[in-house]
Write a protein that binds this ligand. Structure first.
Ligand SMILES: N[C@@H](CCC(=O)N[C@@H](CS)C(=O)NCC(=O)O)C(=O)O
Length: 311
């Protein structure tokens, strides 16, 4: 019987969104391959896989490519059902929490981190993130906003503290789940970058205890792979995604339609392909690349625009 291809995560160590996935590997005790990519563009071995999607992380299983942590976690929950990301149920709020943790909470955390790092942020990184955002990455403005950002960060932490006060060990009860991982990313990011983390967490004893429990989950079983070898695995594999039409698609999209899929917030680079499968929460498109061969690229629906493309 042919061996199933490895789970590969394309990521960089400092990436908070990647930490969500590394922790999911830990929670589910998954063996995975770590493909370390550059923190800034270019990423010549990864773009053939994604078709231009440039955010981090990306998961690859053979010739199936999963973009965005929402989509990656959904796939991991399907393939590695136990232990579940929802041991205390709360599925809806668990998934929806990304719209809090990854957007308003994260933007606040980023401004706090980069404002505090100030002049230590390399110019090459600033320029790369300006291209990503399509707007100025204004470290001086972030620095000036630190007092406001501290207030905002405290408000977010206070929500976590309140939830822990009601639920106990983790945010939905006795066992760790998706809501914990999503929220923890922003504590991890501050802890990894700022000496003043203890100061910011002052008064939140439950959050600090929970932070220790989250860190103890670990990252599962990690083995390195080069980006070049990951690309070869895609080229030598066949996508495994079965056609799945969505009879309730509110815009009448069908399998085979040519579409562009684009993030609605930043890194707005359209990826073009033909629909293979779609649902309320997922869309998978087939594309061909000279280096990667035939691949299927998967995206979430929330936070992504799907628009018709001319052939
Ligand atoms: N919604 C995305 C956001 C990912 C994201 O913004 N990641 C950061 C790194 S932690 C990023 O893409 N930075 C720019 C880059 O790596 O090119 C997700 O959930 O995966």
């Amino acid at each position: 019987m042919p061996q199933s291809p490895p789970v590969i995560l394309h990521h960089f160590e400092q990436s908070p969104f990647s930490e969500k996935i590394r922790l999911t590997f830990g929670l589910k005790q998954i063996a995975w391959r770590s493909s370390l990519i550059s923190r800034i563009m270019p990423r010549p071995d990864l773009m053939p896989l994604t078709g231009g999607y440039r955010r981090t992380p990306v998961m690859q299983i053979g010739a199936d490519i999963y973009c965005d942590t929402q989509c990656i976690m959904r796939e991991l929950e399907l393939r590695f059902a136990e232990p579940s990301l929802f041991p205390e149920r709360n599925r809806g709020i668990g998934w929806a929490s990304a719209m809090w943790t990854d957007r308003s909470f994260f933007q606040n955390t980023v401004n706090l981190v980069f404002g505090s790092l100030g002049d230590a942020v390399p110019q090459s990184f600033v320029e790369d993130r300006e291209r990503l955002r399509g707007a100025k990455f204004d470290v001086a403005a972030m620095k000036a906003a630190i007092p406001q950002m501290r207030d905002q960060y405290r408000a977010h932490l206070d929500w976590i503290e309140s939830q822990l006060a009601d639920q106990g060990t983790f945010l939905c009860g006795e066992r760790c789940g998706l809501l914990d991982i999503n929220a923890y990313m922003n504590v991890w990011y501050v802890r990894s970058n700022l000496q003043v983390a203890d100061q910011l967490l002052k008064g939140f004893s439950r959050v600090r205890d929970w932070e220790q429990r989250m860190r103890a989950i670990g990252h599962g079983k990690r083995v390195d792979i080069s980006t070049a070898d990951a690309l070869v695995i895609a080229r030598d594999s066949t996508p495994q995604t079965a056609d799945m039409s969505d009879p309730l698609d509110p815009n009448g999209r069908k399998v085979g339609d040519l579409v562009d899929v684009t993030p609605d917030d930043y890194g707005k680079i359209p990826v073009r392909g033909r629909i293979v499968a779609s649902s309320a929460q997922t869309i998978a498109i087939a594309r061909h690349d000279a280096a990667a061969g035939d691949v299927v690229v998967h995206f979430p629906r929330a936070g992504f625009l799907v628009t018709p493309a001319a052939a």
